[in-house]
Write a protein that binds this ligand. Sequence first.
Ligand code: LLP
Length: 421
Amino acid sequence: MHHFNYKQGRLHCEDVALDTIADDVGTPVYVYSSATLRRHARVIADAFDGMSCLIAYSVKANGNLGVLKTLAAEGCGADVVSGGELMRARKAGIPASKIVFSGVGKTRSEMRLALEEGIHQFNIESSAELGVLAAVAKSVGKTAKVAVRVNPDVAAGGHPNISTGKAGDKFGVPWNEARQAYAQIAETDGVEAVGVDVHIGSQIDDIAPMRAAFEKVMTLVTDLRADGHDIRRVDLGGGLGIPYKSGDNPPPPSAYAKMIREVTEGMGLEVILEPGRVIAGNAGVLVTEALFVKPAPQRNFLMVDAGMNDLMRPALYQAHHDILPLRERGADNEQVRYDIVGPICESTDKFAAERDMPRIEGGDRLAVMSAGAYGAVLSSQYNARPLVPEVLVDGDRYAVIRRRPDFDEMIALESMPDWLS
Ligand code: LLP
């Protein structure tokens, strides 16, 4: 469910016409719906009502401060994977006690920062990382609370590039080395085992692999407790898929929560979740303007002013995003088949191939739907294009929450070596 709908023939975000924002801010522009962000956070929180559960929103999906602050107000914590994400979460008012630090390659300085902030938990992914974290913790006189991210060897995720829980993926400690890792923690000063962590992939459209992974984790919790470890939390990661097009039917949060309740029943565990896409994905769109149409022998190319540098998902994962005109067309409108492409000098700069659309003319505006997660965060300045601005809507008001940099700002970090100046 989201709050992007046609009203009087114009596509709106909540009560604001997207055309109004495009006129004001220009295109391309990301537009996010506060009501949708809040709704998604609440649906998840309600599904876990009565359980000891921390919803640690995965900042990597969309780390804009306005988005984080909106979610902080809903009580969300944060799952971060860098010092930068940690600072963003803190700046948005998320308490350190609700922050978990994931990721395969934390640096010493990131570990130190997180220890000084006093975060809830480190999810560690190797014995080597554990050793470094223990050393850093001792050097600052703290004890790091850790969960070991285990690799349950379960395949899941909407695309091979976003599957993370198979043996052979770089993520997590191999299943048969997990108990050893906890034995290492018990013998090491500076670290204390508090939980077990797992994350098997993203855009998962089936409960079964998640259940399989989580059931395996529960057997590990039992074994670890028998080994004498005080395991009181499980972090079950993120990964719940969202509908990108009609016919997509990912499990609803209620089914996901029911499964987790069943699997963790009677275990006396605090459950931590790291949802990203399911909260932010359908809460954002990328508004772009059609530049011109180039009829070609086999297909019509529709050039738009957004490129793969602004939204990488189609190029990276062959991801489907619905694309809607901002001005609604009648049902009898003629359909034309387009390849919708951006201006970047790369063949993969394509938002849709052979997509049937109402006839589009240069100057028409389009919304690339479901772009709230892994959209702006993955954008770059490739081809010296300014980073795309972001706008947050709340009811009938909107605000620019990241502005488009001007040319001087784009080059501000560069300096000329003295032999060239
Ligand atoms: N926790 C961990 C440890 C993760 O690696 C991820 C995502 C999440 C939580 C959040 O997963 P979510 O609930 O959003 O599925 N750029 C790709 C997705 C990469 C996901 C990376 N990890 C895409 O656009 O599809």
